[in-house]
Design a protein around this ligand. Structure first.
Ligand SMILES: [Zn+2]
Ligand SMILES: [Zn+2]
Length: 230
């Protein structure tokens, strides 16, 4: 047992029961929803972007653990304000378990390549916001996710401009708010690579699409979006 667990006992985000951040009953409550195409939002097999929706600098697919509603939304909120390593471990393990069980398409691809050419990266926070909170929970989780997959984790994207918080904007404003704010720091690290782009929540997808655009401009071979919720 972790010493900290004595002071902060693990409590389920769904039902407040002690023992885990998401108990077995509440885990079953997670609504997975259908996997969708990152462009037309219609259902798609495994989350693959429909051939007719594909864009040259666009996402190749999107996978999310479940819909953004309790109990999943509560765990994500919790992690945003206080990063709890064991809660994050629970969540990344759950993601991989569900991924392997219900939509193994991409995992099989990675397996076929024996992980070579693959890497995990993350949507960056602006450094000011990161300083204020002291951490980027998505980045810490993406690293864990990469470790569990046995893939390298490389932080290559940076946010060059400070932007308004997406949560306060409507769909149209969100798109223009993130336009041209990301850059790839070391393009050589991602050239010809297959990339898993990690973020906590997919809302309109504007941020992830913009990050993908930059990654592909920097010659990434393929980009899949992976989020905890959408
Ligand atoms: Zn529970
Ligand atoms: Zn589509």
């Amino acid at each position: 047992m972790n010493l900290l667990d004595l002071f902060f006992p693990k409590q389920c985000s769904g039902c407040s029961k002690l023992g885990a951040y998401l108990c077995a009953d509440c885990t079953r409550e997670i609504l997975q929803g259908e996997l969708i195409c990152a462009y037309c939002r219609r259902p798609s097999n495994g989350g693959l972007t429909h051939p007719s929706c594909r864009k040259r600098f666009g996402l190749d697919g999107l996978w999310s653990l479940g819909l953004y509603q309790p109990p999943l939304s509560r765990v994500i909120q919790k992690l945003k304000y206080r990063f709890i390593k064991s809660a994050s471990q629970e969540l990344t393990s759950l993601m991989l378990r569900y991924w392997a069980e219900f939509s193994p398409l991409l995992l099989e691809e990675i397996g076929k390549d024996r992980g070579e050419e693959w890497l995990v990266t993350v949507v960056p926070l602006h450094w000011k916001r990161q300083n204020w909170r002291g951490f980027n929970q998505s980045s810490l989780m993406a690293k864990e996710f990469a470790d569990k997959l046995g893939l390298p984790f490389v932080e290559v994207l940076v946010r060059e401009k400070e932007t308004a918080q997406q949560a306060r904007l409507d769909r149209k404003q969100r798109q223009s708010n993130v336009f041209n704010v990301f850059a790839v720091l070391e393009p050589a690290k991602i050239e010809s690579k297959k990339i898993i782009l990690f973020d906590d929540v997919w809302t309109t997808g504007a941020t992830m699409r913009e990050c993908t655009y930059q990654l592909k401009k920097a010659k990434a071979h393929l980009v899949w979006g992976v989020t905890i919720a959408r």
